[in-house]
Write a protein that binds this ligand. Structure first.
Ligand SMILES: [Mg+2]
Length: 122
């Protein structure tokens, strides 16, 4: 597995926090601010893992994940959902999203989840 990770979130603070975390973990980090941008970035950089926020303007995380997985089925996507969005979690997993994590989360838990997926993929 390569070491490219794409962080997709409409909140700049979240993008910055996760960018710093995964740079420290030796990932090559890319960011996008909504679902449309995420698709453009996936086409451009072909990331190994995508951290995808659910609620975003222009195109939400579920729709973006569907489009990405239909064209790049090997992409590992982790969806970040809000508390109580069990219907969204179910749909996301049916679409082929690998894992879901509820916001707010402990960033160390997210780090471990990403490392776990990385091992699964090797
Ligand atoms: Mg959001």
């Amino acid at each position: 597995m390569g070491n490219r990770i794409l962080i997709v979130d409409d909140q700049k603070g979240v993008r910055r926090l996760l960018e710093e975390l995964f740079k420290r973990e030796s990932w090559e980090v890319f960011v996008a601010g909504d679902g449309l941008e995420a698709i453009t970035e996936v086409e451009r950089i072909n990331p190994d893992i995508v951290l995808m926020d659910m609620k975003m303007p222009n195109m939400n995380g579920l729709e973006a994940s569907e489009q990405i997985l239909s064209r790049f089925p090997d992409t590992f996507i982790i969806m970040m959902t809000a508390y109580g969005e069990m219907d969204v979690v179910k749909l996301a997993l049916e679409t082929g999203v690998k894992r879901c994590i509820t916001k707010p989360f402990d960033i160390m838990v997210l780090r471990d989840l990403v490392n776990e997926l990385r091992m699964e993929r090797i």
